[in-house]
Design a protein around this ligand. Structure first.
Ligand code: HMG
Ligand code: MG
Length: 301
């Protein structure tokens, strides 16, 4: 399979990145972060989630953030929506792109969503239908596609079944999440081949967490399987409150360094992303998890 010539990066820093931050992050900081990322040329910036504020307090101000952001025409600003209540809230503040999310393992589904996989499919069906009626762009996330922290290894056949189900519900894009970052290149290749038997590769996005340092290698393995959409977070921010020990997403700066080196077009300015990475780490008082981000900051200084 030849590598794609162009890749779409979905920046999930403001959502996946910040949802797990232990200290509250001011809405102004989130808004500035979203502006900086979109200005750097990222075509999709995930802005927040409309979930239970008791379960994920850090995302409780997503409505305020969505109302305040300045939108660049042509850039997408999606948000996560778990149910009808979340959809109504998202519509109320002008969100036009939403993502539903389910798990490929029962253990994670229970912890993350408080229900079984079958129940979660029932819950998102009316959300997908309403999204269609409102003309929204719909994305579907599948978590724990390689390993679940509660149930162990995930059967790729089950991931393929669920990916097909999400596509039939109307998801234009399916993001396959290695939630705890335990995947390695060959497991990623096997998974993509299995899923591609059931849904077109063009609809598949990969979402790697970098817990074991395999994020960039897994992106390369996916590129070689013809995948052209990747989720990443500036400065490698992030983690999931329901997957203890998992670190942030593969860093946008690290993925861009790989893609720029391969001559793959993204339309994103690596230097601007790296500056944003250094800035947000300063704001959060945390170290920069991006190797490329640290190197570029050191070179600038
Ligand atoms: P629930 O608690 O199981 O049950 O919610 P519920 O539906 O009975 O709701 C309980 C309370 O939540 C009620 O309030 C509801 O009003 C409220 P109370 O009566 O107790 O005051 N509630 C809501 N509030 C605001 N917005 C809503 C909403 N829905 C209910 N939309 C639910 C089910 C799924 C909502 C809940 O379990 C939840 O919010 N879970 C959080 C899931 C989450 O955000 N996880 C992180 C994102 S997923 C992820 O990170 C993985 C990903 O990155 C890919 C990867 O890495 O694999 C995408
Ligand atoms: Mg994630």
């Amino acid at each position: 399979m030849t590598r794609p010539r162009k890749v779409k990066l979905v920046e999930v820093g403001p959502r996946d990145g910040l949802q797990n931050e232990p200290r509250p992050v001011a809405a102004e900081v989130k808004i500035a972060l979203i502006h900086r990322l979109a200005d750097a040329g990222l075509p999709v910036v995930e802005v927040g989630s409309f979930v239970s504020p008791k379960r994920v307090p850090q995302m409780a101000d997503s409505a305020a953030v969505c109302r305040a952001i300045r939108r660049i025409p042509g850039t997408a600003y999606p948000a996560l929506v778990p149910n009808r209540q979340g959809l109504e809230a998202a519509l109320d503040c002008g969100v036009r792109e939403i993502a539903v999310f389910i798990a490929a393992s029962e253990g994670f589904s229970r912890r993350n969503l408080g229900c079984s996989i079958a129940e979660s499919l029932e819950r998102i069906a009316p959300v997908a239908e309403a999204a269609r009626a409102h003309g929204l762009t719909l994305r579907g996330y599948l978590s724990c596609v390689i390993v679940c922290p509660y149930d162990g290894p995930t059967d790729p056949g089950r991931v393929a079944d669920l990916a097909e189900h999400l596509e039939r519900l109307g998801c234009a894009e399916l993001s396959l999440g290695d939630t705890i970052g335990a995947g390695t290149a060959d497991a990623v290749r096997r998974l993509i081949r299995k899923v591609a038997d059931r849904v077109p590769r063009e609809r598949v996005a990969m979402h790697f967490h970098d817990t074991y340092g395999q994020g960039v290698a897994n992106v390369l393995a996916s590129l070689e399987e013809g995948i052209a959409v990747f989720d990443s977070a500036v400065a490698g921010l992030g983690g999931c409150p329901f997957a203890a020990g998992a670190t942030g997403n593969v860093a946008t700066e690290d993925v861009l360094t790989l893609l720029d080196g391969l001559g793959i077009e993204t339309g994103v300015d690596l230097r601007q992303v790296a500056e944003t990475g250094a800035w947000i780490c300063e704001q959060l008082g945390r170290p920069n998890a991006s190797r490329a981000g640290r190197a570029l900051t050191a070179a600038r200084e």
